[in-house]
Design a protein around this ligand. Structure first.
Ligand code: ZN
Ligand code: ZN
Length: 440
């Protein structure tokens, strides 16, 4: 009996290890600000949407958000890890809350037909002209980050603590968070107790929020593999070593890592996304190059897959008597899995239900996609939470429910409905911050 009481007490302590300070007054204040300022934020969003900048080129976007936050009384530092912006507001004793928004766009020609559609074209280093589009909705995140800063600044008499706003570059390359951390994000600025972020969702209606506790985005690894053969005439294979046959065996046997060696209840993906070798029908080439993407949640699963890829490549190379061992190179551009802290998720979901209604806050499955937001909380070992914000009309959602394909993120026709998407995004971020910050 004594043990049970102790266990229950321990659970009670765990259950309220993150206390919500959210009040109905917070909701009222946030909505009052949105009533008068949302149109201005929508205009800023459309400006961002029409003027997208690629990863590592977020110069004007970062200047705009830096200037806006400075005007609202934040201490702003630009050029943190490339074009990263850090805006700090210290407002008395209380926790430090990091809110992150990403800024970069994608090399896609926009085909939405919107009046504020991007017409931006840039020339690449190798002389090609490509379109640029905010096809992942990072313009929503940037506009919402600025508005959340403006809003929280305007009601600073009603909260205590420190806010650190992070406008992050180069998310699409999976490296912006690391660049900012390596440039001293957690040494030069207040160290956060909580990290929160959001991402728009292409198949959730406006006014809805989706969430999931635990691992939400996956570890992303890129692996280059090269098989070496001995070139020769296609009619005299016995005098050559054919790397195409070796590579073909590797492509199929590497899948057995997921189907046979990984515990079936643990998620893992290996995709061979590119394979190149040879030049002509009747020539056995000297080498074949492959590019793989590898997804996982847990560190031990990641290691099992990466070790297994190396082992199968080396064994295959030996089996086919390749003249030299294969190259198996795990690239440096790893994106770590993002873990949504279950206590912080509980707190957030409670806040979202209070502002949107229970029926508009839904649990959604995790993804094997990557998002480098997870790096912030993982680096510090503090709770982190990224939630998903609905961005399409109720009509489009209904069509999607009936099987009509909806434009996904990274699609040339993805078009969030600006005003209600931003309303939810700003309200969710602000109310969640107010739930974590102290009251005077
Ligand atoms: Zn993206
Ligand atoms: Zn994105």
């Amino acid at each position: 009996m004594g043990l049970i009481v102790t266990l229950l007490a321990a659970q009670a302590v765990l259950a309220d290890s993150i206390v919500s300070n959210h009040t109905p007054d917070d909701i009222t204040r946030v909505h009052a600000w949105l009533d008068t300022h949302l149109d201005r934020t929508v205009a800023f969003y459309k400006l961002l949407h029409a003027n997208p900048e690629l990863s590592l080129a977020e110069e004007k976007t970062s200047a705009a958000i830096g200037d806006g936050l400075k005007l609202s009384g934040f201490e702003v530092t630009t050029g943190v890890g490339g074009f990263g912006v850090v805006a700090v507001m210290k407002n008395g004793p209380g926790p430090t809350v990091l809110i992150r928004g990403d800024m970069d766009a994608l090399p896609i020609v926009e085909e939405t037909g919107l009046e504020y559609a991007s017409k931006v074209k840039v020339t690449t280093d190798d002389g090609r002209t490509i379109g640029v589009m905010h096809a992942c909705g990072h313009d929503v995140h940037t506009a919402a980050l600025l508005a959340t800063g403006q809003l929280l600044s305007s009601i600073r008499d009603h909260w205590r603590g420190t806010i650190v706003l992070v406008a992050q570059p180069a998310e699409e390359l999976g490296k912006g968070a690391r660049m900012m951390i390596e440039d001293g994000l957690f040494e030069r600025f207040p160290r956060p107790d909580y990290c929160i972020g959001q991402h728009v969702k292409h198949d959730l209606p406006v006014g809805w929020i989706g969430y999931g506790p635990g691992f939400y985005w996956a570890n992303v690894d890129s692996v280059d593999v090269v098989f070496y053969g001995r070139g020769g005439h296609g009619a005299r294979p016995h005098e050559a070593v054919d790397p195409i046959v070796a590579a073909a065996h590797f492509v199929t046997s590497v899948q057995s890592l997921v189907s046979r060696r990984l515990n079936p209840v643990e998620p893992g993906v290996i995709t061979v996304g590119s394979i190149h070798g040879g030049s002509k029908h009747n020539i056995i080439p000297p080498e074949v190059k492959l590019q793989l993407t590898v997804r996982s949640y847990k560190a031990e699963v990641r290691q099992l897959l990466l070790d297994g890829i190396r082992q199968i490549a080396e064994d295959t190379s030996r089996t086919f008597q390749c003249p030299k061992p294969p190259i198996v190179k795990v690239l440096d551009e790893h994106t770590p899995a993002a873990f949504n802290d279950p206590d912080l998720v509980d707190l957030g979901a409670g806040v979202f239900r209070a502002i949107l209604g229970t029926e508009h806050v839904v649990r959604i499955p995790s993804e094997m996609g990557g998002e480098d937001f997870g790096r912030y909380a993982a680096h510090l070992g503090v709770p982190g939470f990224m939630f998903r914000v609905g961005s399409i009309s109720a009509a489009a959602y209904a069509e999607g429910q009936q099987g009509k394909p909806l434009p996904g993120l990274h699609s040339s026709t993805y078009a969030p409905v600006p005003k209600p998407t931003l309303h939810t995004a700003i309200s969710a971020l602000s109310n969640m911050a107010l739930a974590l910050l102290n009251k005077p």
